[in-house]
Design a binder for this molecule. Sequence first.
Ligand code: ASP
Length: 439
Amino acid sequence: MKKVVKFGGSSLANAEQFEKVGQIIRSEESRRYVVPSAPGKRFDNDTKVTDMLYQCYDAAAAGEDFGGLLNAIKERYYEIIRGLNLNLSLEEEFARIEADFKNQAGKEYAASRGEFLNGKVMAAYLGYEFVDAAAVIRFDKEGNFDGEKTDKLLGKRLAKCERAVIPGFYGAMEDGTVKTFSRGGSDVTGSLVAKAIRADVYENWTDVSGFLVTDPRIVENPVGIDTITYRELRELSYMGATVLHEDAIFPVRKEGIPINIRNTNCPEDKGTFIVESTCKKPKYVITGIAGKKGFCSINIEKSLMNSEIGFGRKILQVFEDEGISFEHVPSGIDTMTVYVHQDEFEEKEQQVIAGIHRAVQPDFVEMESDLALIAVVGRGMKSQRGTAGRIFSALAHANVNVKMIDQGSSELNIIIGVSNDEFERAVKAIYDIFVITQI
Ligand code: ASP
């Protein structure tokens, strides 16, 4: 059995957290490949090392003195090294970083040092081999991630090590220029390593015990999700459920490798398994509820719209020309409504209206702002009658006015539009009817 274990910043914020991580790794022989993030926040108002590095590099790039900022970063690592009683010096590494900052080595290089240094500490602490991600995670000449090259390089390199630490978040182009993934990208590295070594499981250790059925800021102590499919997760994370970097799904999904989200602070919790498909029925018909505020709807009405070929395309073309992406397009016989993000739309509102008038000569165009979209997601909905009925009667009882309904033909989700100020009430009502009444 081979497992890749990735630890997020909060799991590695100080020596105490490192010790928990050490225990987790040592408790299972199969945890052979370790992907660390940079040290994260130790307490609420603390600063992540990655952010300290960005600040430090900004000062260096502006020609200001950055010695104090770099020393503060160094202290973060030495605090961990001392706490773990390690005999490890990072003086050489920091001298190199200082010189590279002076030579303007780039923001991405700067940010990547957080993981690079933490990888060094982790390798020394575990007695594992250190494999620099710059040598095995490849970006092409345009700076785009190169999956094929990476898979080959990683596979070949790791075949030679029984156990290794591979820092997360970065890689390099052929000429050695360091590139990073977007923020939170160590999740992606973990997934790439898991794919390359054909791991049995990719364990992603963080500070929560997996995915919750809904947002704990809306519902107090929501229940956890044991198993979720990749498709369900896509729907939920698109709508705001964030635990895992979006791009972390694709590499392992292709190989059918499950991801297990675990909690470093509660290692006995089984967490959430993210799988390609499963026979396991979700406990509550629905798998999760997620949502976002801040949408606008543009309702276009025209008599006999249904018989006008190309009507929809012409409308959507107007949005495309203005560079606005749409979320949902429910339609009726003589109406079509386009849901967009309010902040993307507001500034271009009048151009879009004018464009629609020119394109399709509508009878009228009506707009509504401050709307929220809620996604009720679940593979279990397909085989159950009455799910939609239960949702809407719960919303009616909670006095929520439903403005839009959209069920994808996959029957995996139902999207509901409500006004922003009824959003929380609506989520609670749906949670209550599917979870609370079933417990
Ligand atoms: N350290 C990086 C960040 O803060 C990457 C990561 O933690 O995954 O975004």
